[in-house]
Design a binder for this molecule. Structure first.
Ligand code: HXC
Length: 514
């Protein structure tokens, strides 16, 4: 068709809008070390797969001289595309247009693509780079946030929701990422906070930088708001692609199956655990010793590292792995690690991902700090999450499984489908030292040589309970297995659980200890 004046007009309008906030604003964005919203979409999605919607949407604000201002796309780009051939819905806030601030139409574009993602069963990716509620639009922008939060909540457990923080994400705006499944941040670029430095200075008289307040490291290491941290935007996009390869498009599907591959020989499971029971080792080496190609995609790597969570594949199938990390605090459960594990378990359960739990912990972390921080309430979350989960649940007890920690780490009693234990497993109410000191207190005190008697009683208790056979005799574990058989047992358990079907009593919803 020969171009008509209408075509020319269309290209002129379109090109103007594609230019976002203009050369100066784009230069400012680039000078901050940030890609533009459009370049981010291009870098993240498969080549030429992006289809944009609502490019011609315009803001409706008539106050504060806004009538005269054109805001291309109203500061947000929305559409669909593919990532490694998986369909996704995406929005990217454009900081070059009014600071990516969120007004009524900007919010409508986002809620429209969110609705589309739920209807079509596609993951939703939101790239946040915004000064928050558009101040000129007042309550309309607050309403917009509310509608986004409502949809984040409704979509939860139906489609995976990923938030990528590539600039400021300030004020109430942070609650959308907080309601989503995975948050990605980039060092020096991401800033998340409820109240900014200005407010803190006014109210509290304290000077604080945005970086110290809510920079990427703070969110990844201290608050746990971020699940993944990258050193630049391209690395962040690579992480997103990796994550999407492990998870399904929606809760009605299973993750894609990959060709099975053996673990790499350098991860020799027999050599990872030291013979001394109190010597630490890296639980991630055990995971790599059993997983396909020794791959392990760790989630929340920098936060609460005493528990390790992440995705791996067994015989080509995605599994969610939860393991105590003996390298950090002997792998105890505490407030943060309980939150971390519970959330991950619930994601896996919602999205048909079997759970593999690797147990080696002396229990919950003792101390007044933990008690006052609510270890009872937070610790309960992990019990709730495991009990509620109906995906296949496979547990391997490697070494210590003491007290509440034994129960919490997906014991048979919380509904594990398979429980295996290594010969080195110690399943008891507490460690032999503590137990002997309590139950043989009088005997030890009355002995001619209390130290020798204590040693003997510790050994006696250890012999009786610090092994897997008492639990095996009661059927609390299904098999005592040699470490080198672990992958074989795990793969078999996954294969025979393909058709697992378990239902729960009908109810509106449970009341987890949030
Ligand atoms: C309207 C905004 C804006 C906003 C930025 N801009 N934030 N316009 N509403 N919220 C505009 C600026 O006026 C400027 O326009 C352009 O975006 C770029 O902003 P700069 O300030 O020049 O950029 P920079 O120096 O990089 O600083 C970025 C910033 C700062 C730290 C985000 O702009 C800032 O502090 N903005 C306000 C943040 C804030 O308090 N937001 C409201 C939070 S409360 P020109 O035309 O000059 O280029 C909130 C409530 C939500 O969000 C509640 C939901 C429940």
């Amino acid at each position: 068709m020969a171009p008509t004046s209408k075509h020319v007009d269309f290209f002129r309008r379109k090109n103007k809008l594609l230019g976002g906030g203009g050369t100066k604003a784009i230069e400012k964005q680039t000078a901050m070390g940030k890609l533009t919203a459009r370049d981010r979409i291009t870098a993240l999605l498969d080549a030429h797969s992006f289809h944009e919607y609502d490019l011609f949407v315009e803001h409706k604000c008539r106050d504060f001289d806004m009538e005269s201002k054109s805001l291309p796309g109203d500061g947000v780009i929305t559409g669909t595309g593919t990532i490694i051939d998986r369909p996704v819905c995406i929005y990217a806030q454009d900081f070059t247009v009014a600071g990516g601030s969120l007004g009524l139409m900007h919010a409508r574009k986002i809620t429209k693509i969110m609705d589309h993602a739920v209807k079509m069963g596609m993951p939703l990716i939101g790239i946040n780079d915004s000064g928050g509620a558009r101040i000129q639009e007042g309550v309309d922008s607050l309403a917009g946030y509310g509608e986004i939060f409502y949809r984040n909540t409704m979509a939860s457990g139906i489609i995976p929701q990923l938030s990528v923080i590539l600039g400021p994400c300030a004020g109430g705006a942070v609650y959308s990422p907080a309601l989503t499944d995975f948050v990605f941040v980039v060092d020096k670029i991401s800033k998340m906070f409820i109240t900014g430095p200005e407010v803190i200075k006014t109210v509290l008289g304290e000077e604080v930088s945005m970086e110290d307040l809510g920079g990427a490291r703070v969110q990844a290491e201290i608050t746990g708001n971020a699940h993944f941290i990258a050193s630049n935007e391209l690395e962040c996009f690579h992480q997103i692609k990796q994550l999407l390869s492990y998870i399904p498009w929606n809760n009605g599907r299973r993750p894609d199956r990959y060709p099975p591959t053996a673990p790499k020989p350098r991860f020799d499971i027999e050599k990872i655990i030291p013979p001394e029971p109190s010597k630490p080792y890296d639980i991630r080496d055990i995971i790599r010793a059993v997983s396909d190609n020794s791959d392990f995609f760790e989630v929340h790597k920098s936060w609460a590292p005493n528990v390790v969570v992440g995705f791996a594949r067994l015989d080509g199938e995605t599994v969610g792995v939860v393991g105590n990390q003996p390298l950090v605090l002997a792998g105890v459960l505490d407030v943060d690690s309980s939150d971390k594990a519970a959330r991950f378990i619930r994601f896996c359960d919602a999205f048909n991902i079997p759970l593999v739990t690797l147990v080696d912990l002396p229990g919950y972390l003792p101390g007044i700090d933990q008690e006052h921080a609510g270890v009872i309430r937070h610790g309960a979350k992990i019990l709730y999450a495991y009990s509620e989960a109906t995906v296949p649940k496979i547990t391997v007890i490697l070494r210590k499984a003491y007290g509440g920690g034994y129960i919490a780490m997906c014991s048979r009693h919380l509904g594990a489908d398979f429980v295996f234990a290594w010969p080195t497993a110690e399943i008891a109410v507490m460690g032999p030292e503590g137990a002997a000191n309590i139950i043989f207190r009088n005997e030890i005190a009355a002995a001619a040589d209390p130290a020798a008697t204590r040693k003997q009683k510790v050994a006696e208790y250890g012999e009786k309970f610090a092994n897997p056979y008492v639990a095996a005799a009661s059927g609390h574990i299904d098999a005592v297995i040699g470490p080198s058989d672990t992958r074989k047992f795990l793969v078999h358990a996954i294969q025979v659980s393909t058709n697992k079907s378990e239902s729960r009593p009908k109810k509106k919803h449970g009341i987890p200890p949030f």
